[in-house]
Design a protein around this ligand. Structure first.
Ligand code: PA5
Length: 445
């Protein structure tokens, strides 16, 4: 088991009886998932993916990753939401948030097409000046505005720099198997394409080519990542909450929601988990936030954010709970030096490792927040490696599906994402949106 749920800091808020009373609902939700009879069951490809993934595609991903490593200084990953968060989460978790600044024999990786910021894109273009570049465009629909705009710009750049022929060797596209303009355009242009399986939604797609190609380029062992996910797939099947921490997590968060805890803060004491938190937020926010239901997923990095959000968490509205990621083996060693003058009064820590201090900050905070009536679910991860991370990804995906069904929503759709797009297209004058534009212009007067 790579993951253990530690209940010590949540027991005060969720009794054994309440947990037992939740068993029936969780079993029902798990049955719905297992029998593929629930809403969104067309999108359950992620469930068996760690075992049933396309081995030929997997080999092609590794081959493309080697080609990219050899031919560029910078890989630009173009995608938004589920089309880039997973890759970035894994790369930053296992390598570093400072991956690009590390001494390494793999390309720098930058991310584009995840906003509409001209500033962000022009900064990236200037970073790319004089560098050899490859791009990986990732869009299941192929029509999402943010990545499509960035793709236009980087395609032009590559064609100017390398010519059409040369650019073709540097453009890698991950999109739908058959449908969509991006697929047909890529085939016509001779770009190497990878598949987003039909039955895997964006936020569940990190273990497909969507995530795996950039992850492999970063030099991460994708075999071990898949093995970890598969270990979780096999381990997290028991419907008994007391024997399955994945389902216990789903149960506890639903109990807390019913007690008015409407915000869940995903906490880590390691900055390398920042993007993992972003991935987790999309997974839970997009899966559960609908039909007027759901828990608002927030995140924090401690102890950093104890100096900004700490006050609110300790004493603000009592509508929050925390899910704390405790990575047991930090891997890094950083002994604290002695200071002859002890000017900061910290010589009692001389020779102690910084991770020991961090762990004690965590223990102290867990107790303080519990005393402040903030329930804390602690997720203990044994170590920071591919296998454990693959396990954790699957753990949260499966818990999310069961939690969503327990909540009574379709965890696999995202109808609400369309509303801003419709308004934006109307305001931008997209053909076919004339009536909406008039109405919106009126409202904006
Ligand atoms: O999880 C999702 O479905 C979304 O976040 C999508 O991944 C995101 O909107 C990007 O869509 P697409 O891959 O079609 O460009």
């Amino acid at each position: 088991m790579s993951i253990k749920l530690n209940e010590k800091y949540v027991e005060k808020f969720v009794s054994k009886e309440e947990l037992a009373a939740m068993q029936e609902e969780i079993s029902r939700a798990a049955d719905i998932l297992d029998s593929r009879s629930g809403a969104g069951s067309d999108f359950l490809g992620w469930v068996d993916l760690p075992e049933n993934y396309d081995k030929c595609e997997f080999a092609a991903i590794k081959e493309a990753a080697e080609k990219i490593k050899k031919s560029c200084d910078i890989l630009v990953v173009i995608g938004i939401g589920g089309s880039y968060l997973g890759a970035r989460a894994v790369i930053e978790f296992l390598k570093s948030p400072l991956y690009n600044n590390l001494k390494k024999d793999t390309p720098d990786i930058y991310y584009a097409g995840n906003s509409l910021s001209a500033t962000a894109l022009s900064e990236l273009l200037s970073i790319c000046e004089g560098k050899d570049i490859c791009i990986n465009v990732i869009s299941k629909s192929g029509t999402t505005t943010e990545p499509a705009v960035a793709f236009r710009i980087f395609r032009n750049l590559l064609e100017e720099k390398y010519g059409k022929e040369g650019a073709r060797e540097r453009i890698f596209v991950t999109t739908d198997r058959e449908k969509g303009t991006l697929k047909s355009f890529s085939d016509e242009s001779g770009y190497k394409t990878f598949v987003v399986p039909d039955d895997v939604g964006g936020r569940f797609s990190v273990l497909t080519a969507v995530g795996l190609l950039p992850i492999a380029v970063a030099g991460i062992d994708i075999d071990k990542l898949m093995e970890g996910a598969n270990t979780a797939r096999l381990a997290l099947c028991d419907k008994d909450i007391e024997k399955n921490d994945c389902y216990k997590y789903a149960a506890v968060r639903n109990i807390l929601l019913r007690k008015g805890k409407v915000t869940e803060i995903f906490v880590s004491y390691e900055p390398y988990a920042q993007m993992f938190s972003e991935w987790w937020k999309q997974l839970y926010g997009e899966s559960e936030g609908k039909d007027g239901k759901g828990i608002y997923p927030a995140s924090a990095i401690f102890s950093t954010d104890l100096h900004s959000l700490g006050q609110y968490i300790q004493e603000g509205q009592r509508t929050i709970f925390e899910t704390v990621l405790d990575v047991k083996d930090s891997m890094a060693e950083m002994p604290i030096p002695d200071d002859a003058n002890n000017i900061d009064g910290l010589n009692f820590l001389s020779g102690k490792d910084l991770d020991f201090v961090n762990k004690n900050a965590m223990k102290g905070t867990l107790l303080a927040h519990m005393d402040g009536n903030v329930p804390n679910i602690v997720i203990e991860l044994d170590k920071k490696d591919e296998h454990s991370l693959g396990y954790m990804i699957y753990f949260f995906e499966k818990a999310c599906a069961v939690s969503g069904y327990t909540l009574g929503v379709n965890p696999f759709n995202q109808p609400g994402v369309e509303a801003y797009k419709k308004n934006m297209f109307a305001l931008l004058g997209k053909p076919g949106y004339e009536e909406q534009k008039k109405a919106l212009d009126e409202r904006l007067k």
